[in-house]
Design a protein around this ligand. Structure first.
Ligand SMILES: *Cc1c(COP(=O)(O)O)cnc(C)c1O
Length: 341
């Protein structure tokens, strides 16, 4: 059995920690094997693996939450499973069934249950499922074999001292092409984002905003998170584009804004030179949950939304509702919460 863990849950950030067990399955001869848990955190793969040379891979990110009563639960893992299938299709990898995906996540959580942070700390167990093309291959073509792995690590709350807004700058670079892989969670998109990210950080910003790759007039992504704005007449707006990564957090917020906060919601173009329409803005994703956007730097002018130091009331309400559901304190829409029994 696991050794008792001594972790200061309040000090956790978002950095790698080796936990005892991970799930590994292999695809060979046209099918996935049933997979198993392993204590080894090293993968041994061919030097000619297509994941290494041609970026034939994809990943997911989701969290396990500890409720007040001590239960562990997942938030919409079926949506991560479906998105990973779409990513696999886009880079010609075999899909993992929803059933195998969720079962793998549950096995990893149960085997590492001591690493699921206690309720009330705001910390969670982050799961990182991924699929990589492996095996001997040198031409640009799909790999002969694949590995599906899920590992996990405890991560801290994004906001240690409460929700503080951060500032972003608009990048001149693109993270994806108009009909490229922007909607797939594939590694190449993230390799492409590291340099623009470093430029933004050098200028003193948290990250950069990517505009649509075709016209450079509309907001697409905020670093590796989706954008939303609250208009001055209280409409929840989020951009619509085929090169945006479809964030499960974003779709959840669209639903919660409409059905829990009784707001109007819209998915439509958001023009970078029309930010005045918004009273508040934020970035959303599993890792960031909701990050309030203080301001956006564009053409050497800083556009401030609600405040550079305080979170706006609607953003705060959305955050409290979403986290309440994820940690089991607020009643969830049907099918959103999957208990890990
Ligand atoms: C993963 C990711 C998101 C957030 O998606 P969630 O499902 O909400 O975690 C947003 N943008 C990019 C580019 C991402 O990779």
């Amino acid at each position: 059995m696991n050794k008792p863990v001594s972790i200061d849950w309040s000090q956790l950030g978002f950095s790698y920690m080796k936990t005892p067990y991970r799930y590994v399955a292999t695809w060979k001869d046209g099918k996935w094997d049933q997979g198993s848990l392993s204590e080894d955190n090293q993968l041994k793969i061919s030097e000619a693996s297509s994941a290494l040379h041609y970026g034939q891979q994809c990943f997911e990110g989701l969290k396990a939450y500890r409720t007040k009563s001590g239960q562990i639960q997942l938030f919409r893992p079926d949506q991560n499973a479906k998105r990973m299938q779409e990513s696999c299709k886009r880079v010609l990898m075999p899909e993992v069934s929803e059933e195998q995906f969720i079962d793998a996540c549950k096995q990893v959580i149960k085997a590492n249950a001591d690493y699921v942070p206690p309720h009330g700390t705001g910390a969670t167990l982050y799961l990182r499922p991924f699929v990589i093309g492996v095996g001997d291959n040198i031409g640009v073509k799909p790999a002969p074999e694949y590995i599906f792995c899920v590992f996990c690590l405890p991560v801290g709350p994004y906001f240690k001292g409460g929700m503080a807004p951060v500032n972003f700058t608009v990048s001149q670079y693109d993270r994806a092409a108009p009909y490229g892989t922007g909607a797939a969670k594939v590694g190449g998109n993230y390799a492409a984002s590291m340099y623009p990210h470093s430029l933004a950080v050098k200028k003193g910003f948290a990250d950069c905003i990517y505009l649509d790759p075709k016209t450079h007039r509309k907001i697409e992504e905020v670093g590796a998170a989706n954008f939303f704005g609250i208009t001055k007449d209280n409409v929840f707006v989020t951009p619509d584009s085929p090169s945006i990564l479809p964030s499960i957090t974003k779709y959840s917020l669209l639903y919660l804004a409409e059905h829990y906060l009784e707001m109007k919601v819209e998915q439509r173009d958001v023009y970078i030179d029309k930010l005045d329409e918004f009273a508040e803005a934020g970035a959303c994703g599993t890792a960031a949950v909701i990050t309030p956007i203080g301001g956006i730097d564009y053409n050497d002018r800083m556009h401030v939304f609600y405040s550079e130091t305080e979170v706006g009331p609607v953003t705060k309400k959305l955050f409290d509702t979403l986290c309440g559901i994820q940690f089991g304190d607020v009643e969830a829409p049907e099918g959103w919460i999957i208990p890990v029994e």
